[in-house]
Design a protein around this ligand. Structure first.
Ligand code: ASP
Length: 435
């Protein structure tokens, strides 16, 4: 039996792990224990081990991969072309996602229950509101500027240590570019050095990926075990529409908009791409972090979808930090939901502002769990709603985070495929590739 499971393709293993995790989480709850240790703590320990292993890979992987990728693209013209296309793809798809969110939240009106603003039904919990406020602190539009300031890090070592990926990406692009501008002997030595590191990091990623089913099991079992059944039921009745609006809008983006782009812009089979990406998507779902999933995303896009390392290493690290379709969509739906729940009519201009700020903040949001909450406070501040209102959505945020992170990762991967095709790459999603 164990052997049969081990022989299954990775995405099946992860899927089975996910299902088992739901059962284990429900059975174990927060209190069941073995030898005096709660299962909850065991899940948490194993899950953290897996997350740490993923995070351990990120810095050396993205630095080496961007340097090699950019050095391979070579001269400034190629880089400018790919950079331009990448940014165009990111901006367009994020905007699409936000507009979809806006459509769903306006049509389904989750903030209005029985014709009344939901605030009364939900009885905005003051304690939860304060918790939310404490969690995100005071954030304002100035914080968006801060994100762009970090893009040029004063200290690249500290940027790496603090996980400021955007700064690190900027430095790596420069480094890779100037490798092509030095004496040939040095350039070759540099290139081989970074290429060697990249190869090693891909091998380590392979190894960590083998543990994905166990990691996913632990992470999801922990989330489920930590839930209070009664609380969930009462939440489902009040926040159900909000939950549904987000999930339906995300589904429309992932199952309609992005596949259409794959089919008509990249001219590849969307089904095949879903298959190629499934291990990364399931990991994104379980970790709720697109940064932590990045090594797996790169592996799937390169090995399963067949996009070149040159494209992958430029498009994906950048995407994991700046392209967040799911996040942008969620920010818009959440802000609009809160406004509806407070009984505030938002004019066209204000809705336009929400769209714009959602787009900008989604660029700045880090690829870590619950990062959207900070961005939502910024939007709430801009449209003049109290930060405490965030308490309304806190209870369902984790599960929705899992969905939106998968959407973020899927959009990045579609970007890599589309840009790879525009770069004239052959063999993307053309044949069945085995992992
Ligand atoms: N968890 C998301 C991600 O890593 C960010 C967010 O929306 O909170 O992509």
């Amino acid at each position: 039996m164990f052997k049969t499971i081990m022989n299954l393709k990775l995405h099946w293993q992860i899927l089975i792990a996910l299902l088992l995790a739901v059962i284990a989480g429900i059975v174990a709850g927060k209190t069941a224990s073995i030898f005096g240790i709660t299962f909850y703590n065991i899940f948490s320990f194993i899950g953290s081990l897996f997350m740490n292993a993923l995070k351990m890979i990120i810095i050396p992987l993205i630095v080496s991969s961007i340097i090699v990728g950019v050095a391979r693209i070579g001269g400034g013209e190629g880089l400018a072309r790919m950079g331009g296309r990448t940014i165009l793809y990111y901006a367009t798809t994020s905007l699409f996602a936000i507009l979809l969110g806006l459509l769903f939240v306006n049509v389904l009106s989750p903030g209005i229950i029985d014709g009344q603003p939901a605030q009364q039904v939900l009885g905005l919990d003051a304690e939860q509101g304060q918790m939310a406020a404490a969690k995100v602190g005071e954030k304002g539009v100035g914080d968006i500027a801060g994100v762009f300031l970090d893009m040029v890090p004063a200290n690249v070592v500290s940027a790496a240590a603090n996980g400021q990926l955007l700064g690190l990406i900027f430095f790596s692009i420069l480094f890779g570019y100037f490798i092509t501008r030095i004496q040939e002997a040095y350039a070759e030595a540099q290139y081989n050095f970074w290429e060697g590191i990249l190869e090693v990091m891909m091998k380590i990623t392979d190894l960590v990926m083998k543990f994905a089913p166990i990691g996913v099991f632990a992470l999801v079992a922990k989330v489920i075990a930590g839930m209070d059944g009664d609380e969930m039921l009462s939440l489902a009745s009040t926040l159900g529409w909000f939950f549904l609006s987000v999930v339906l809008a995300l589904a429309a983006h992932v199952f309609i908009v992005l596949p259409l782009l794959l089919k008509y812009v990249a001219r590849v089979s969307p089904t095949r791409h879903f298959q190629a990406m499934s291990p990364a998507l399931l990991t994104a779902f379980s970790t709720a972090s697109s940064s932590a999933t990045l090594p797996l995303t790169m592996e799937c896009v390169e090995k399963n979808a067949g996009v070149s390392n040159k494209t992958t290493s430029f498009v994906l690290p950048l995407g994991a930090t700046v392209n967040m379709d799911g996040t942008a969509l969620y920010e818009c739906v959440a802000a609009m939901f809160i406004a509806q729940a407070y009984g505030i009519e938002l004019s066209f201009t204000v809705q336009f502002t929400v769209v714009l700020v959602a787009l900008l903040t989604s660029i700045g949001v880090a690829g870590i769990p619950a990062a959207s909450l900070v961005a939502i406070t910024i939007i709430l501040g801009v449209i003049g709603l109290p930060v405490e209102a965030l308490g309304l959505i806190l209870a369902v945020d984790r599960i929705l985070d899992m969905f939106r992170t998968s959407v973020n990762v899927f959009s990045d991967s579609c970007g890599a495929v589309i840009i790879g095709r525009y770069e004239g790459e052959k063999g993307i999603l053309q044949e069945e590739r085995a992992l």
